[in-house]
Design a binder for this molecule. Sequence first.
Ligand SMILES: *Cc1c(COP(=O)(O)O)cnc(C)c1O
Length: 388
Amino acid sequence: MSDRIIYLDHAATTPLDQQVLAAMLPYLSEQPGNPSSIHQLGRAALHAVDDAREAVALVLGCARKEIIFTGGGSESDNLAIKGAALAQRQRGKGSHIITSAIEHHAVLHAAEYLEQFGFEVTQLPVDAAGLVRPDDLRAALRPDTTLVSVMYANNEVGTVQPIAELGSICHERGVLLHTDAVQAAGMLPLDVDALNVDLMTLTAHKFYGPKGVGLLYVRHGVSLMPQINGGGQERRRRAGTENVPGIVGLAAALTMAEERRPSYVARLRGLRDRLIDGVLGRVPQSWLNGDRERRLSNNANLGFACAESESVLLLLDQEGICASSGSACSSGSLEPSHVLTAMGLSVEHATSSVRFSLGLGSSAQDIDDVVAALPALISRLREVAPCV
Ligand SMILES: *Cc1c(COP(=O)(O)O)cnc(C)c1O
């Protein structure tokens, strides 16, 4: 085991920023109030949540009441899909939903869940770079379509979708658009009007905030069926005592992410390209998955012919390098990533791909060390298990 860790898995989660932690700490101990309580500690907690909501609304360019704080990205996706689809149907608006083939499982499985209650789901295909074609959305819209959900940026290959354009297509037909913007926060503009979206998901732990807290933006006038019933918190749309420290942390982290966005993006793009060019230049039979230009500035998803991603990840881990793959090991065999197969990759290529995702702590030295380690590591694997 190496003693130095090179963390290139920021798309999975990011470390909590020290300043964010400092903002949260009072609400973990000295300020224990419940925002629903009438006394001064309760009022202090309510104030903190109000201030956080205001800070978030500023970044999203929306009203405070359009923000619902949740328990994270998966919950926000579920609330958006189930909550909006059920409310729409209740108002007689039909029961057809459209998603894309490369969505996060929180969207795909929430939509699939609705099928047992009579909803119909269409999955839009993507092109070889992982992009949704606006014409495919136009063709998929039906008179009974009520909701479309397409992610802003993909978590595996980093492809950035033309959300504003998809939004205008939806709105011409009176259909709602939800976007999972989890990977976009801190990297791309989040203004909900410019993006043309009605619902948008964010989660704090992908932008140096705490885990287990997120938000759903819900455009004024869009109704939702709550998915957690109970007290009247979050304007009766999400019951449960507010995660006060988490919400304070989310707002601090989002504000900081937005402030540093231009320099962050420029710096990561340079490092990302150094990684991509370095690997493609030094590892034979390697390739880049996703679009070279229309991708997140921190994402490099690289394929290595005849080298199973799980084995690459284990060897990288031995060198202290943390990366990921979209493949999952189930019952001893590699399940290819649904994102890569939707982009047309063969099972072999999809199970030979590794995602490196950069972040605040990434340095040029980290990148150079990965580029230096990979050629020998890949050829070792190819010797042990030659390609058939
Ligand atoms: C991480 C992630 C989620 C899930 O967020 P959690 O807060 O972990 O539930 C949803 N969508 C995308 C695109 C993600 O990357």
